[in-house]
Ligand binder design. Structure first.
Ligand code: FES
Ligand SMILES: [Fe+2]
Length: 356
């Protein structure tokens, strides 16, 4: 038996059903703070290079490929409200229209050429882009982001060599805690996952869990809780295709939040943006501790998740085995993604009928 017999092998990206549906959704491409007025940045999404620019306060997105010879305009400059390509100085206005060809000015206004604009919006400290014509749903509402009692930090994004659903599933996989994060997020003698409710409400997949976990010394200090083992309520909010956040309620009512939005940069690669917030760790030292803790957890996860085969999500729900209760959220998330893929396929068929 070879690896390819275990699950369907990686096929060209067009054959991966969930991946094809991804064009219809908003995905994060950068943090808002990374694109300042008059600045540019090149991001990656679904195999495309995406240019982000901020003009008069508003973030805009374009295909980061010059229509002349394909150089990246994001390497150029902004002048007179125009994006100038660094190779031969062609200039595009903020609607993407080509307005100046320095080497042949008499052609200005004659060539009907455009730097392809994409739909772009800002929410929850991120710049979101949709490559399709009509986004199917809004990004996940995240009210805690505007909660003045929470102190936030947004660490640099991290790229993983796996598909974005695999990355997201890792976030909601409860039975790996005692093994991958032993003595940090769980212990092996308590490996069993207890029953928990999983439900969809207002376009959000919800699930709550009470967990018993070790309380590290520094956390004792920041939280003001001396117990070695504490009971924490974890409330999760997930929406397709790849955004999730978790609010943790400690026994003394203090809150900790972890937000993560994963974007498919390709069928088997993802870029992950995140925010860490808390209403108890307000000093720089405490914030550095929380970040360090999460980075430790991430580095434990990364090699395991990158080892999952195939890297993209198998197209069939039955291709992998699910364990009752422990994998319930995985199954709910996957089923939802596959619903979207089916919707996408149906929409495609309808269009073909109309065209035919
Ligand atoms: S490639 Fe952009 S101006 Fe020539
Ligand atoms: Fe993990």
């Amino acid at each position: 038996m070879s690896m390819k017999d275990i699950a369907d092998p990686f096929t060209p990206e067009a054959d991966s059903k969930w991946y094809r549906a991804m064009w219809n959704f908003w995905h994060p491409v950068a943090y808002s703070h990374e694109v300042s007025e008059g600045g540019m940045l090149s991001g990656a999404l679904l195999g495309e290079r995406v240019l982000l620019v901020r003009h008069e306060g508003e973030a805009r997105a374009f295909m980061d490929v010059c229509r002349h010879k394909g150089a990246a305009p994001s390497l150029g400059w902004i002048e007179n409200g125009c994006i100038a390509c660094p190779y031969h100085g062609w200039e595009y206005n903020m609607d993407g229209d080509l307005v100046n060809i320095p080497s042949r000015p008499e052609l200005n206004g004659v060539l009907n050429v455009r730097l392809e604009p994409y739909k772009c919006m800002e929410k929850s400290g991120l710049i979101w882009v949709c490559l399709g014509d009509e986004p199917w749903r809004e990004p996940l509402p995240f009210p805690e982001w505007d909660d003045a009692t929470m102190e936030w930090q947004s660490p640099p994004y991290y790229d993983w060599e796996t598909s974005s659903p695999r990355r997201l599933e890792n976030f909601v996989d409860f039975s790996h805690f005692p093994f991958v994060h032993e003595n940090i997020l769980g212990t092996r003698d308590k490996a069993e996952v207890e029953e928990h409710e999983v439900w969809r409400e207002d376009g959000i997949l919800r699930f709550d869990r009470w967990v018993v976990e070790p309380n590290e010394d520094k956390m004792k200090e920041y939280l003001g809780l001396d117990d070695d083992i504490i009971n924490v309520q974890n409330r999760y909010y997930l929406t397709v295709p790849g955004t999730i956040y978790l609010i943790r309620y400690f026994p003394n009512g203090k809150r900790y939040a972890l937000y993560m939005a994963t974007a498919p940069t390709g069928p088997t690669t993802c870029r992950n943006f995140w925010h860490i917030g808390a209403d108890f760790a307000l000093t720089d030292e405490a914030k550095a501790y929380l970040l360090d803790f999460e980075l430790r957890v991430l580095e434990q996860d990364r090699p395991i998740v990158e080892s999952q085969w195939p890297e993209h999500l198998p197209d069939l729900l039955g291709a992998e085995m699910y364990v009752k209760v422990a994998d319930e959220v995985t199954l709910a998330y996957r089923s939802w993604l596959f619903e979207l893929a089916a919707e996408w396929a149906a929409a495609g068929e309808q269009q073909e009928e109309v065209a035919g």
